[in-house]
Design a protein around this ligand. Structure first.
Ligand SMILES: Cc1cc2nc3c(=O)[nH]c(=O)nc-3n(C[C@H](O)[C@H](O)[C@H](O)COP(=O)(O)OP(=O)(O)OC[C@H]3O[C@@H](n4cnc5c(N)ncnc54)[C@H](O)[C@@H]3O)c2cc1C
Length: 464
C-alpha cells in the first residue's frame, strides 16, 4: 500500500488549491481524478468528430485536470455574494481575504485579463429600473479569463503541481477508508488501497451523486439544499450588450409572484456559446454555456434558475433534478430548444420555426421541441415571470425569438454538515467545492480548497 500525508479526490479548483497549499508546506500529496489530463481533454462535438453528445464517460467538459473549471467560462467572480456559501463557514472578512488571494494566484498563473466593474451611475440606473420591475440587481466584480485562457491557466497549475504531488489522472476513487471514526485513505476503482490520515473530497457537481453515496455509507450528516432547475436563455448580443459591456455578468434575483419562488440569473456568457454537459454518473445530458475570449459568437446566453424548497420528508433533491432532466432527454434525445414565442403560444418549436427565427442557436445539436412537456408548471411560470421582469433592464428579451434551452440543473443540492475548517464528522475527512454543496463557482471552490488544507496544517501543527 502507498502512504501519503493527504489524498485529494478531484482535480478541480478546490482540489488544486488544496494541493498547492499542502505541497508548499512540504506535505506528500496524492491527487486522483477520473478524467483526462488537460492536454487530452477534448469534447468530440467541439472537434466536429460527432454531431451531438455521444455520452463520453467521463465527460471531458466537466471531468479531468482543472475539473469543470477547465471548460468553464473562466469568470472569476470576486464578490462574496456569488459563487457559494463559504461565508457561512469562514465569515465575511476571511472570505474577502480568500477571494483576493485566489484572484492573485490565478493572475500569477496567467489570468491577467481585466476586471469588469460597472460605472456607478450606470449601475445605479439599472438597479433602479430593476427594482421597479421587482428585480434585485447586484453588481459584481468579475475577471473574465474566457474558456480558452482558462485552459492555459490550468495547464500552468499542472506544470507546478505535477512535480510537487503524485498526480493520477484517469483514476476513479471508489470509496473512502475509515477506521474508528478517522480517515485512513481511499479505495480506487481497480481495488488498490492508498493510505493517508487525511482525505479531501472535491468531486464537483459531476461527483455529487458519488459524494451522496459516500456520505450515506459513512453515516455523515447531510443537509439538503434547494434544487436549482431552469433553462438557458439565448439572445442576440444587441439585446444584452448595453448591460454586459458594463457588468459583464448581470446578477439579478427575483421573487416570482405566482409561487413566491426565488429565481435568479446565472453564468452570463456574452458573445458565448451554449454547450451540453454529460453527467456520466446519471447518464443525463444537460445544458450550460461559456464564452471564449478570442472566439466570439453574435449571441449572449445565461441561465435562469428556479430554487425551490421541498417539504420534509423529501431527501432527494439530486434525484428530483435528474428526473426532470431525464424527461427532456426522453423527448429530444438531448437538450431541447424552443423559441419563447412558441412556448407562450403552446406549440413546439420545429427545425423550420427555429430556422425562421431571428436568433441563430449556437448549440446546433439541440432538438427543437416543447419545454412544457418537461418542466413543471411551477418552474415554467417562474421562468416566464422572470423573463418579463428582465425586460425592464434588457429590453427585447421577452420577445418571441428569444431561445430557451432545457433543461439546466445544478447538481450541488447535497450539503454535508461540515465544521469551520470543512472537516466532516470523520476526523481527517474534508469536503470542499461544488460537490459538497459548499460552493457554486471557481473562486469560492478554490477558496474552499485552501480552507480545508489550512485546517489540516493547523491541526497537525497543534494550532487548532
Ligand atoms: C460549462 C461550464 C461553465 C462554467 N463557467 C463558470 C464561470 O465562468 N465561472 C465560475 O465561477 N464557475 C463556472 N462554472 C462552474 C465551475 O466550473 C465550478 O463551480 C467549479 O469548477 C467547481 O470546482 P470543484 O473543484 O468543486 O469541482 P469540479 O471543477 O467539478 O472538479 C471535480 C473533479 O472531480 C473529479 N471526480 C469526481 N468524482 C470523482 C471520483 N470518484 N474519483 C476521482 N475523481 C472524481 C471530476 O472528474 C472533476 O474533474 C462553469 C461550469 C461549467 C460546467
Amino acid at each position: 500500500m502507498e502512504f501519503f500525508d493527504f489524498i485529494i479526490v478531484g482535480a478541480g479548483p478546490a482540489g488544486l488549491f488544496a494541493a498547492l497549499e499542502l505541497s508548499k508546506a512540504g506535505k506528500k500529496v496524492a491527487v486522483f481524478d477520473k478524467g483526462a489530463p488537460i492536454d487530452v481533454r477534448k469534447c468530440p462535438i467541439k472537434s466536429g468528430a460527432v454531431p451531438s453528445c455521444v455520452h463520453c464517460r467521463p465527460c471531458s467538459i466537466i471531468c479531468g485536470w482543472g475539473g469543470a473549471g477547465a471548460y468553464s467560462d473562466g469568470k472569476l467572480t470576486l464578490t462574496p455574494e456569488f459563487g457559494g456559501n463559504l461565508e457561512k463557514s469562514v465569515g465575511r472578512d476571511r472570505l474577502l481575504d480568500l477571494i483576493a488571494e485566489v484572484d492573485r494566484t490565478f493572475v500569477r498563473f496567467g489570468a491577467d485579463s481585466p476586471v469588469y466593474e460597472p460605472d456607478p451611475a450606470f449601475a445605479a440606473e439599472v438597479i433602479r429600473k430593476g427594482r421597479a420591475a421587482g428585480l434585485q440587481v447586484i453588481p459584481a466584480r468579475i475577471r473574465h479569463m474566457g474558456t480558452d485562457r482558462a485552459k492555459q491557466v490550468l495547464a500552468a497549475f499542472y506544470g507546478q503541481l505535477d512535480s510537487a504531488c503524485r498526480v493520477s489522472m484517469g483514476i476513479e476513487v471508489k470509496s473512502v477508508l475509515v477506521e474508528n471514526g478517522e480517515a485512513r485513505g481511499v479505495l480506487l476503482e481497480d481495488g488498490t488501497c492508498v493510505s493517508a490520515p487525511a482525505v479531501l473530497l472535491a468531486p464537483g457537481r459531476e461527483g455529487a451523486t458519488w459524494m451522496e453515496r459516500v456520505a450515506r455509507d459513512l453515516g455523515l450528516s447531510i443537509d439538503s439544499l434547494p434544487v436549482d432547475i431552469g433553462v438557458r436563455v439565448e439572445v442576440p448580443d444587441e439585446i444584452a450588450n448595453e448591460l454586459t459591456e458594463q457588468f459583464y455578468e448581470v446578477k439579478a434575483v427575483f421573487d416570482a409572484p405566482t409561487f413566491d419562488d426565488r429565481v435568479r440569473t446565472f453564468c452570463m456568457c456574452p458573445h458565448g456559446e451554449v454547450v451540453t454537459e454529460y453527467q456520466s454518473d446519471s447518464g443525463l445530458v444537460i445544458v450550460n454555456g461559456h464564452s471564449n475570449r478570442d472566439r466570439k459568437t453574435g449571441n449572449t446566453n445565461f441561465a435562469i434558475l428556479v430554487s425551490t424548497e421541498f417539504t420534509q420528508p423529501f431527501r432527494d433533491p439530486n434525484g428530483y433534478g435528474g428526473a426532470i432532466a431525464r424527461l427532456a432527454n426522453m423527448l429530444g434525445g438531448t437538450v431541447l430548444v424552443q423559441r419563447l414565442g412558441d412556448l407562450k403560444a403552446g406549440r413546439r418549436s420545429t427545425a423550420g420555426r427555429i430556422e425562421r427565427g431571428l436568433v441563430r442557436p449556437t448549440l446546433r445539436q439541440a432538438e427543437p421541441g416543447d419545454l412544457s412537456f418537461a418542466l413543471p408548471y411551477r418552474h415554467l411560470t417562474d421562468i416566464l415571470e422572470m423573463i418579463k421582469a428582465l425586460n425592464a433592464i434588457m429590453p427585447g428579451i421577452d420577445g418571441p425569438h428569444t431561445l430557451l434551452y432545457g433543461v439546466e440543473v445544478k447538481f450541488y443540492s447535497l450539503r454535508l454538515s461540515l465544521d469551520r475548517g470543512l472537516q466532516t464528522s470523520v476526523k481527517g475527512l474534508y469536503a470542499a467545492g461544488d460537490g459538497a454543496g459548499v460552493t457554486r463557482g471557481l473562486v469560492q471552490a478554490s477558496a474552499s480548497g485552501l480552507v480545508a488544507a489550512r485546517d489540516f496544517l493547523d491541526r497537525q501543527a497543534g494550532r487548532s
